[in-house]
Design a protein around this ligand. Structure first.
Ligand code: OTU
Length: 638
């Protein structure tokens, strides 16, 4: 279709939209030409292109009409403060509904607990209907419109949302859009050969094309789910499954899939979701002969999701879960003309992995070097800063930077693995290798924050000095994610130093996946210790709570792309500066070693200060030529 013809068709459609809302029309008018363009570029050859495009337009109108007045009002508030998700006021926690407190009602009861700590954003791990056993912790959805009945009913979910909104808690939904469960109705019908649904997936009659694909595809779970295709014996065919064999990749080359998923997202937007976490986005488009990550079409798809979302629910924000190299992650914010049209938030996965590398090596050199190499992100976008989450830690640092430091990147990774998983060389961690590559020994790491920081081992050994050091490491990790600028995301349980949980080994449906090591049931008895200042839980919880409160009062901790690392030769230290919109700065100085060390006045350059106020200890500090900082200490100097 010619450009002019396309536009006139579009205008006819827009004029016929019956919705009265002026703002809706403005947004539709602004976004629709781009949507149409992106869509037609992706789907010009699809037999479904006309039908699906009409359904997409109808979905926008229908979902806007169904959006409540309350939600629309919230949208307007959000639109008038576009930085709400990168402000110093935002602090998140991620949690599993069932592990945290049984179900939606149980979670509702614990809202005061979240508020006490200072949490105002909650990322719920997948809570939709999934098969009972094979569900990858909720990441294999059987029905996108129903909640997991184990967690409660839709009415109970809605009541939870209401309570969240009453308490100014933002709700983050994990949106699993790359794949669905093999028990999803689409999959059930598709494998039977239903004409519509067979095109929802990638089916193959033999190994020819799968073999071609495999030549350039990454294997995500090489240990427990090798290969990217699963054989279906009953009709002698293969289906594409990048993750587990029961997680079927949705075929986004079929626009009907895109439209269904956008409609689903809008359905949940209308239920009151504030932020969507788009799961495993890097893999959404696959081509023979290409690496199956970060293809340009993935970005077009995400832009389509965002631009449609903005028309119906402009207050909603979007997270890209792309755990890929920094120069690739940056693209998920939208490049060039697409800046602002893709995701608002992405995971600072590189920093996360390097913070563990720094704790293991007691050196921040690679961390600093890597951070300086990260390209600047567009304005109004931000990072999720996190130390632990429900997944493994992938040691995804840049090989080139590692070798510039005179290290072999494989040997360096193996060293980190030995440190956290084998108790090597005075190490403190009790982690486990996840997804070992057998030829090289390379792997990812599972383990809870507390156990990786040495708490579990120290308690077993009844070593009081080590217990104190472990607590300091946990507090350091929290101090960093709270001050980097962005959305700090605390992993539920870390606030009370919950150690590894080995019970998953007794569960047939979990024992093959050691990420369950760090997915523990919340121990509410242990939580009672949080008010006992000298208990380990008290020392972690109270410090975290205090840091959160200080962060919220410190505008410099908002993210306005103002983070500056300070060059300094003492490799134990990480030093960076955050500046608020009035030009006032906070220096963060963190000691990643168990040694007492020092920093010099010269790090502050022309400022040449005599005094600083440490926000954390609430004391004035006289700055000397040389200033001591003890093991794992963090200073927030104003
Ligand atoms: C995500 O992770 C989820 O966080 C996992 O819990 C799921 O198992 C998975 O998707 C499938 O839904 O490979 O090891 O580059 O690292 O998307 C975790 C991104 C994963 C991947 C990430 C994926």
């Amino acid at each position: 279709m010619q450009q002019a013809e396309k536009l006139s068709k579009l205008n006819i459609f827009l004029e016929n939209v019956k919705v009265k809302d002026k703002n809706f029309h403005l947004r539709l008018g602004a976004n629709f030409p781009i949507i149409s363009d992106l869509y037609h570029k992706l789907y010009s050859n699809s037999p479904y292109k006309e039908e699906a495009f009409e359904s997409l337009l109808a979905s926008l109108v229908k979902n806007f009409e169904e959006r409540s007045a309350l939600q629309k009002k919230r949208d307007m508030t959000r639109v008038s403060s576009p930085n709400w998700y990168s402000s110093e006021k935002i602090v998140g926690m991620m949690l599993y509904v069932d592990l945290f407190n049984i179900d939606f009602n149980g979670l509702k009861e614990k809202i005061p607990y979240l508020l006490d700590l200072g949490i105002n954003t909650v990322h719920l791990m997948p809570f939709l209907d999934v098969p009972e056993f094979e569900n990858d912790g909720g990441y294999a959805v059987r029905n996108y419109r129903e909640v997991n009945p184990k967690f409660g009913t839709m009415e109970e979910f809605e009541a939870l949302v209401k309570e969240f909104q009453k308490n100014d808690l933002n709700l983050v939904m994990d949106f699993v859009l790359n794949h669905c469960a093999d028990q999803h109705e689409w999959a059930v019908e598709g494998r039977k050969g239903h004409p519509k649904y067979k095109d929802f997936f990638y089916f193959f009659p033999d190994r020819n094309l799968p073999n071609e694909y495999e030549k350039t595809m990454l294997d995500i779970f090489p240990d427990t789910a090798p290969g990217n295709f699963t054989y279906l014996p009953e009709n002698n065919q293969w289906v594409m499954t990048l993750f587990y064999g029961y997680q079927w990749d949705l075929n986004y080359k079929n626009p009907m899939v895109l439209v269904e998923m956008i409609d689903t997202m809008l359905f949940w937007s209308n239920k009151g979701i504030d932020i969507f976490r788009f799961d495993a986005v890097a893999y959404m488009w696959k081509e023979i002969g290409k690496f199956n990550q970060n293809l340009p079409e993935v970005h077009s798809l995400l832009q389509l999701f965002k631009l449609c979302g903005q028309i119906v629910a402009p207050g909603v924000a979007y997270i890209a879960e792309a755990i890929v190299a920094p120069e690739e992650i940056i693209k998920y914010f939208g490049e060039d003309l697409a800046q602002g049209d893709e995701c608002d938030i992405a995971y600072n996965a590189n920093f996360m992995a390097l913070s563990w590398e720094a704790l293991a090596t007691k050196s921040t050199n690679l961390l600093k070097k890597s951070m300086k190499a990260v390209p600047t992100k567009p304005r109004n976008t931000t990072w999720i800063n996190y130390a632990r989450c429900h997944d493994d830690i992938g040691l995804g640092f840049d090989d080139k930077l590692v070798s510039e430091m005179g290290l072999s990147s494989l040997q360096h990774r193996l060293y980190i693995l030995k440190h956290y998983c084998d108790g090597f060389n005075g190490s403190f961690g009790l982690g486990q290798r996840f997804m070992i590559e057998h030829e090289t020994g390379n792997a990812r790491i599972s383990g809870s924050m507390s156990s990786l920081c040495g708490f579990e081992r120290a308690v077993k050994e009844n070593n009081e000095k080590e217990i104190q050091l472990a607590i300091k490491r946990i507090n350091l990790q929290h101090a960093i994610i709270l001050s980097l600028g962005g959305l700090p995301m605390i992993y539920s349980g870390d606030e009370v130093a919950l150690p590894n949980n080995y019970e998953y080994l007794n569960d047939e449906t979990k024992k093959y996946d050691n990420r369950w090591l760090h997915r523990s049931k919340m121990d509410w008895n242990l939580v009672e210790n949080k008010d006992v200042p000298e208990s380990p839980q008290g020392q972690v919880y109270r410090k975290l709570k205090k840091m959160i409160a200080i962060r919220k009062q410190t505008n410099a901790f908002a993210d306005s792309n103002d983070l500056r690392y300070v060059d300094y030769e003492n490799s134990h230290l990480l030093i960076f500066k955050k500046t608020d919109n009035k030009g006032e700065s906070v220096y963060v100085i963190a000691n990643f070693s168990e040694y007492d060390t020092f920093f010099e006045r010269s790090i502050f350059g022309d400022l040449n200060p005599n005094k600083f106020y440490d926000l954390l200890t609430e004391t004035n500090i006289d700055i000397q030529e040389r200033n001591f900082i003890s093991a794992y200490d963090v200073l927030w100097l104003k």
